[in-house]
Design a protein around this ligand. Structure first.
Ligand code: BG6
Length: 483
């Protein structure tokens, strides 16, 4: 299969925080890959803007090093030098006057203008204000903002209000990089482009749904941020919530930004408050020379969770009675993310009790080895009666679609190109983010006022024992965390 690359319109993309970690690891290597694939037009320019005192050449040298470090398999020295020619740099003072006139002169009027706020949210207001003051916030310009988008409903509202002073909602692109993952979009294709699944996609046929995002890394190196966030703010309020929405939402009328986001918003608003006994918080312990969470976070008394498992009810006609189980954590036994739709037993078994109980399970693997598996029950081969066995109908995208699927654009690449194209479908709308915080806030308040300490779990395990109990109490089991 040959993938189609459609070049985007000429653009000027200004990256505030152009020397920061996200720019080095994701944004600039991502742009380089899009350049190599032929999607970046010759007139496109990327303008790094940060406090450091570089000139264009200094910035190009800096970006070259970042790309060589973070795109080791994609080196093409000639291509890299040609990409670097698209780069410029302006030393800027986000809260003062320095650099703004130069930036205003540099940015062209006749191309798409995008401003990536790859900086802490405390600078969003100052940047928006200055873009406006220097005539850069016109109707065609776009701003891209990163998570964390607030730390609760009140701060998210403030941020939305600050941005809205100078930018219309149609100009604001709030990134949740999970929405840029290939399989996450495939989830929508599978649901809405096949007639097979949708009739079964409800509480009549689905017993429950499991969403797991397991990581092996700890929080070392970013403990100061993480200790104030925890798994709830870092992963659940945004990434897992988005996955839940895409699974649970009604079919939108079309694949357009507001149709999709309206449906996601309805799901968030239909979430019940979560009962305390449906929440398990965990914190990893040290093992075999590895730090404990508290050592990584440099906070010996930290009560922050590095693991969270929850049972969630979506109170609407489609899902009443079918719980969604969410689980995410650091330092678990494997790095794996998947969504599993566990269907109900067949209403009547004609094969008798000896055949055992068998369930269809649809698994959507986000990483690694992206793909979809449908577990079906068949007869075990051979003589001796009707014995049943579960086998996977397995579709690894790499096997099914060939080499292009082995190397799909990374989430950031796709999302940045969507900004240039002006397509907001895979970005969060302001009301969606606020609704997610409105659901999250009382849960965090609950465990904070109860003074609950997270349960310790061993590094390299599947999380605290209580998380298993959350399932067992309902006669269910988590799927194994494995690659
Ligand atoms: C980030 C979180 O948003 O997502 C990190 O802040 C987490 O804590 C990361 O590790 C996971 O992203 P991915 O793409 O590696 O699954």
């Amino acid at each position: 299969m040959v993938s189609r690359v459609i070049p985007v319109d000429p653009f000027d993309l200004v990256i505030f925080g152009g020397t920061g970690d996200l720019a080095r690891r994701k944004i600039l290597p991502g742009l380089y890959r899009r350049f190599c694939s032929g999607q970046m037009p010759p007139e496109a320019r990327v303008i790094g803007a940060a406090r450091a005192d570089h000139d264009d050449q200094g910035y190009r040298d800096f970006v070259r090093d970042s790309i060589l470090e973070f795109t080791p398999d994609g080196r093409d020295e000639d291509g890299l030098e040609r990409f670097l020619e698209h780069l410029h740099y302006v030393a800027i003072d986000a809260t003062g006057d320095g650099g703004w006139e130069k930036l205003a002169e540099l940015v062209r009027d006749d191309v798409v203008k995008a401003f990536y706020f790859s900086v802490g949210p405390s600078l969003f207001g100052a940047l928006a204000e200055r873009l406006y003051a220097h005539g850069l916030a016109d109707r065609d310009s776009r701003i891209v903002v990163e998570k964390p988008f607030g730390r609760d409903l009140a701060t998210a509202r403030d941020l939305n209000a600050t941005l809205a002073e100078h930018f219309d909602e149609t100009q604001i692109y709030r990134i949740d990089h999970y929405l840029g993952k290939e399989t996450v979009q495939n989830l929508m294709a599978v649901r809405f482009a096949n007639v097979l699944f949708e009739p079964l996609w409800n509480s009549q046929y689905v017993d429950h749904i499991q969403i797991t995002v397991a990581e092996t890394v700890g929080v070392g190196g970013r403990g100061a941020y993480y200790d104030k966030a925890g798994a709830m703010r870092d992963m659940v309020q945004n990434h897992l919530m988005q996955l839940l929405c895409l699974i649970a939402m009604e079919p939108p009328a079309r694949f357009s930004p507001d149709s999709v986001r309206d449906e996601k918003l309805k799901v968030i608003r239909a979430l019940d408050p979560v009962e305390p006994h449906h929440i398990v918080r965990g914190q990893y312990d040290g093992a075999e020379g590895k730090n404990s969470y508290r050592e990584d976070a440099e906070n010996p008394r930290s009560l922050t969770e590095s693991f969270l498992a929850m049972k969630i009810n979506v109170s609407n006609w489609r899902w009443a009675g079918t719980p969604f189980y969410l689980r995410t954590g650091k330092r678990l036994k494997a790095r794996t993310s998947e969504i599993a739709v566990i269907f109900k037993d067949a209403p009547h078994s004609i094969f008798g009790s000896e055949a055992g109980t068998h369930r269809n399970i649809l698994t959507i693997r986000l990483q690694p080895n992206e793909g979809i598996t449908l577990g079906v029950t068949i007869k075990e081969p051979g003589q001796g009666g009707m014995r049943l066995v579960d086998v996977p109908l397995d579709m690894s995208f790499a096997d099914a679609l060939g080499p292009d699927a082995e190397d799909p654009p990374e989430a950031y690449e796709r999302l940045i190109m969507d900004v240039i194209r002006g397509d907001q479908t895979l970005f969060m709308r302001g009301d969606e983010v606020e609704a997610a915080w409105a659901w999250t806030d009382p849960i965090i308040e609950g465990w904070t006022t109860r003074g609950e300490a997270p349960k310790l779990y061993d590094s390299g395990s599947a999380g605290p024992e209580d998380a298993q109990m959350l399932m067992h109490r309902a006669g269910r089991r988590w799927r194994e965390i494995k690659v």
